[in-house]
Design a protein around this ligand. Structure first.
Ligand code: PGA
Length: 257
């Protein structure tokens, strides 16, 4: 089964509602009704509603950058998956390396969030990736494998229909250093192999695995041309239509699966 490429913008802590409106309108003009590629934008919590209202009726969807694993209760400062669903948010990014490193989220918490988000009906963009130190110690596949196993513990094969994996080497995020297509493909193939062990070949073949880490217009096509790379999670280059749209075009142009 051919996988439809998916390109998601992770805007991180950027853009108020006016800037969100400006960027979403530029994206809608070109890829508001795109076929052969799925596109998501990921604004901050306070700009989600603005983005949701603008993309209504288009093929662009909105992703939140985080959520909590409980639906309600004494959890000051948190937002629940069902609140995102009520707003019209389609996906949530979980396990991002900045959540892991800056906010000390461990695999157990990420796993609870993944399960809660899926149970609420959100799509999940589940991020994994090794640090430079781990890569240099030849531990990449082990580290990423553990993150996948622990992050997806208790997630069923049918839940996997709503889950996308994003492989983001920590040393490539926001650094301008991109994994080579061969480096990325090696990890993507290993993750797909592991999904096959966990869920069987059909689920492994159907699950999209995105690459993330300094994707730019000039490296996107080669990355997306790899057999197991099904699109990208884009940070810096997602903040301007001029740098994001060429990446979406590259994904649409890539033969996937
Ligand atoms: P980057 O970020 O494209 O700026 O490297 C990617 C990410 O953090 O998802």
């Amino acid at each position: 089964m051919a996988r439809i490429p998916f390109v998601a913008g992770n805007w991180k802590l950027h853009y108020d509602r006016q800037a969100t409106r400006n960027l979403v309108n530029l994206l809608l003009a070109e890829v508001g009704h795109a076929s052969r590629v799925d596109v998501a934008v990921g604004p901050t919590f306070t700009s989600l509603q603005t983005a949701v209202e603008l993309v209504r009726g288009s093929s662009i969807r909105v992703a939140a950058q985080n959520c909590y694993c409980e639906d309600k209760g004494a959890f000051t400062g948190e937002v629940s998956p069902s609140m995102l669903v009520e707003l019209g948010v389609h996906d949530v990014i979980l396990g991002h390396s900045e959540r892991r490193a800056v906010f000390h989220e461990d695999d157990a918490l990420i796993n609870r969030k993944v399960k809660a988000a899926l149970a609420a009906g959100l799509g999940v963009i589940f991020c994994v990736g090794e640090t430079l130190q781990e890569r240099e110690a030849n531990r990449t596949l082990q580290v990423v494998g553990q993150q996948v196993k622990q992050g997806l513990a208790g997630v069923t094969g049918s839940d996997m229909r709503a889950l996308t994996v994003a492989y983001e080497p920590v040393w490539a995020i926001g650094t301008g250093k991109t994994a080579t297509p061969a480096q990325a493909q090696e990890v993507h193939a290993a993750v797909r192999g592991l999904l096959g062990e966990l869920y069987g070949g059909a689920v492994a073949e159907a699950t999209r695995i995105l690459y993330g880490g300094s994707i730019k217009a000039d490296n996107a096509a080669e990355l997306f041309g790899q057999a197991d790379i099904d699109g990208g999670l884009v940070g810096g280059a997602s903040l301007k239509a001029d740098s994001f749209l060429p990446i979406v075009r590259a994904a649409r142009g890539a033969s996937v699966g």
